[in-house]
Design a protein around this ligand. Sequence first.
Ligand code: CAA
Length: 386
Amino acid sequence: MDFELTDEQRLIRDTAREFTDREIIMQSRENARNHRFDVDLVRKVAEQGYLGAIVPTEYGGAGLDYLSYGLVVEEIGRGDSAIRTVISVQTSLVCSGILKHGTEEQKRKYLPKLCSGEWIGCFGLTEPDTGSDAANQRTRAKKTDNGWVINGAKMWISMANYAKVALIFAQTDPDLGHKGIACFIVDTDQPGFKPATIEHKMGLHASDTASIALEDVEVSDDDVLGEVGGGFKVAMSNLDSGRYSVAAGCVGICRGCVEESVKYAKEREQFGRPIASFQLVQAMIADMVLKTDASRMLVWRAGWMKDKGLPNTTETSVAKLHATEASLECANLAIQVHGGAGYVDDHPVERYYRDARVTTLYEGTSQIQKLIIGRAMTGVNALVPA
Ligand code: CAA
């Protein structure tokens, strides 16, 4: 792997950095305070090409390689994880799935509008009683003469209130287990599609999170993404992209923690000198740098493998596991460097801490990432009783 970015990749990264500084940083505290899903900012992100970063230009995307996508997501993640979540869901969980599994007609119908931000997408896998055990879908899709009718419920779905397009996973034949699951591209204007905001989250206050009730939602045969029975694999391959994106965003949180801590430590004086001169403060900063650099290297490795077309599920889980846990540890350390000032939202480290917390939960908990890695190493599936 070549660690030197190309001129184009540096330009992409620097552009995303300037965009984050100019458009995101200023808004993020107020949006979090007001629990505001910032539609105008989402539109600006779309104009930058970040909602369809890895989608080829012929379908309206930016046509970036995965490494460049990761560079963009790191920058946005440094600014605001709520906006980074929009990119991760729209680009990785929705667009990458349609790109990989969709028919030509589906790609032409959905991708340009998703990439331009005209349509928002959401990913409906998780249910009230189905989290880590994603194959155990309770939502049912029943065959009709004209297509399918879906009944069930989804939970913790980012952007469900704003989405025009929802990828909904549902069981078509419970006897078949995960081989009975199908993924449907659902128009959320359909009667029976009912999102409801989930209130009182610990973090990601500027991100929209909802449950969805599905009551006799009708879809046609043309709305099946991939094969009937192949929905679980669609979900897993979308998550291979989504977990990479979450990991890259967490590198951004880690870096933000370093930058904010260095700045504060040089300004803040105690015992007659800047706290940056104390060895214990420097040790905290060094710990953060270590976690940031290691996380970034793991993200780059996963991105490089994706760009080479190599199998990378394990490496993506390694990157996701390390970067998400590191973001939480860095945010904790950064608050420690800031002392009392880090406990209020005058500095971004308070928000980093709250926003980082969900990243070890969504798109597969840290424990699920460990089981994926453990199974790859041992060949033994710990989820199947011996
Ligand atoms: N790509 C393609 N196919 C894959 C795959 C991948 N990465 N991983 C597994 N598969 C295939 C397997 O090859 C297998 O295929 P066969 O039927 O041909 O053998 C099939 O899928 C079943 O695989 P497993 O035996 O591994 O399935 P499992 O039931 O043991 O589950 C799991 C594995 C890793 C625990 C999985 O259920 C999982 O990832 N759980 C966590 C779910 C998750 O991340 N949810 C987050 C939802 S998104 C979100 O957070 C909401 C949001 O809006 C942000």
